[in-house]
Design a protein around this ligand. Structure first.
Ligand code: 5AD
Ligand code: SF4
Length: 481
């Protein structure tokens, strides 16, 4: 199953380990790196691998042969944290056989729990937050010296802009490039501003350089990543500022998201560009016009709305109303008439009434999303919502509302995909289908997965595929010359 599909329904959270690789300056130690959570985590793990490789560590996909085990963690919902705890138990079983094994927690859970992990759990040796990965080789040396090690310092500058990630997790065709880190939005339900710190944009030159290198290495698709890509702004520095507050000199040399997309799209016309995540309060028409200008920017936007009700949106501190969100959808329809749209939706946020839940369903009817990531509200420690609002919607109600949302989404996904029957799309081949070696899969510009007979086509090729069948999640077709 593809990673994006796994997330659709709140249940299946799976980790993925980076592939193994030997390095010329090997110090003889092998690191196993497993990642959970968002695309940014998977991207960060490749930065971690790069930092460690420079110090002579090899990577391995086999847990039993690892000298060091890192798990890159997610805190966004409680279930994600429970999954990581289960994995830590498994690692500790291996450690009993190999007592020298070092176990480290990276990412959002490390940042959230800090040294509590060492004190209370006693099942990890090392705790490293998302802005401290450069310190990993030193921290491992500390653990070698018999101490436990922690670095959870958040930074206002770190973007790892100069570090070329080692692409061990992927298929050699599609890659993630992070353009911002952190988040300043403070949605009341969300831990990310606490675990990933202040929002920073990365120097556009280093982004362009990374995309050039990917192009030379044969990659065919790049996804620009950030918690809120629309607020990307480089002005000589990257710490988030509003454009209106820049000096004249900073304005002069500034690059916003629309301008960045213009530049990235021109690096290699054979490379497709995607981006995630857009924020309804910041997505300007300029961004939509940039998408319309470049054929190689995919005709697809992930635009979370979370709730279709303005009172709930205000409580969530999302910075927009139902009407505003609909206006953004109208702008997409006007400027990019064929664009597919997906969303994130939360059911059962604090005090949500049945009527307000109906507003979420009617928003779905208004937009008819191609697909959505749908979640039950999960109260997270120390967020504004946890401090201000009781988590007062009973579990059964959250579940019932989520089930209604999922059912409606499946109907809409099916309706949207049915419109593709008989159409021919350019598909970038990403791999061999999990169900059959005789089939390949890839995506069209709308981010819909298409499966088709393999014949002599190869991973990484663009193939024109005529759609013949569909389910609610996948298209099936045949290559046409
Ligand atoms: N409970 C449920 N879903 C959440 N998300 C973020 N925080 C929570 C939470 N506390 C969802 C939002 C966000 C996506 C990445 O995860 O929908 O857009
Ligand atoms: Fe969390 Fe909101 Fe930032 Fe997304 S925009 S990471 S939901 S605070």
């Amino acid at each position: 199953m593809l990673r994006t599909e796994e997330k659709v329904i709140d249940e299946a959270i799976q980790g993925e380990a980076l592939d193994g690789r030997k390095v010329p300056n090997s110090n003889g130690r092998k690191v196993f790196i497993e990642s959970y959570g968002c695309q940014m985590n998977f991207s960060d793990s490749e930065i971690v691998a790069s930092i460690l490789e420079k110090d002579g560590y090899e990577t391995t996909k086999l847990l039993h042969e690892a000298d060091i085990v890192f798990v890159n963690t997610c805190s966004i919902r409680e279930k994600a944290e429970q999954t990581v705890r289960k994995r830590l138990t498994v690692y500790n079983k291996h450690k009993r056989k190999n007592p020298k094994m070092i176990i480290g927690v990276l990412g959002c859970m490390a940042e959230r729990l800090k040294s509590k992990f060492l004190e209370e759990e006693k099942i990890v040796d090392l705790v490293v937050g998302p802005d401290a990965y450069r310190d990993l080789p030193n921290l491992v040396r500390e653990v070698d010296g018999g101490r436990k090690a922690v670095n959870v310092i958040l930074s206002k500058e770190e973007t790892y802009g100069d570090i070329a990630p080692v692409r061990l997790g992927g298929n050699g065709v599609t890659a993630f490039v992070s353009i911002t880190r952190g988040c300043d939005n403070m949605c009341t339900f969300c831990v990310v501003p606490f675990t990933r710190g202040r929002e920073r944009s990365r120097d556009p030159e280093s982004i362009i350089q990374e995309v050039r290198e990917l192009s030379l290495a044969g990659y065919r698709e790049v996804t620009l990543l950030g918690q809120n890509v629309d607020s990307y702004l480089w002005y000589g520095g990257g710490l988030k500022k509003e454009f209106a507050n820049l000096s004249d000199e900073e304005k002069e040399k500034s690059t916003n998201f629309a301008q960045l997309m213009d530049r990235v799209a021109q690096v290699d016309r054979k490379i497709r560009i995607r981006f995630s995540t857009s924020h309804p309060k910041d997505m300007t028409d300029d961004v939509l016009h940039a998408m319309a200008r470049h054929d190689n920017i995919c005709d697809y936007i992930h635009l979370p709305f979370q709730s279709g009700n303005s009172r709930i949106l205000e409580m969530m501190n999302r910075g927009y109303t139902r009407k505003w969100y609909m206006n953004r959808i109208d702008a997409i329809r006007r400027i990019l008439p064929t664009c597919s749209i997906s969303a994130d939706i939360i059911s059962g946020f604090c005090s949500e009434t049945e009527e307000e839940h109906q507003d979420t369903l009617s928003m779905m009817e208004y937009v008819k999303y191609h697909f959505s990531y749908m979640f039950k509200y999960s109260e997270r420690p120390n967020t504004m919502a946890q401090r201000k609002y009781p988590d007062d919607i009973p579990e059964e109600t959250k579940q019932k509302r989520l089930a209604e949302i999922i059912e409606l989404q499946q109907k809409h996904s099916h309706e949207q995909l049915k419109k593709d029957l008989g159409k021919t799309y350019e598909v970038l081949v990403e791999g061999v289908s999990k169900k059959s070696d005789d089939e390949l899969y890839g995506r069209n510009t709308h981010n819909s997965v298409i499966v088709f007979p393999r014949e002599n086509y190869k991973v990484g090729e663009y193939v024109m595929v005529k759609v013949e069948k569909c389910t609610s999640a996948t298209l099936k077709g045949k290559a046409v010359k």
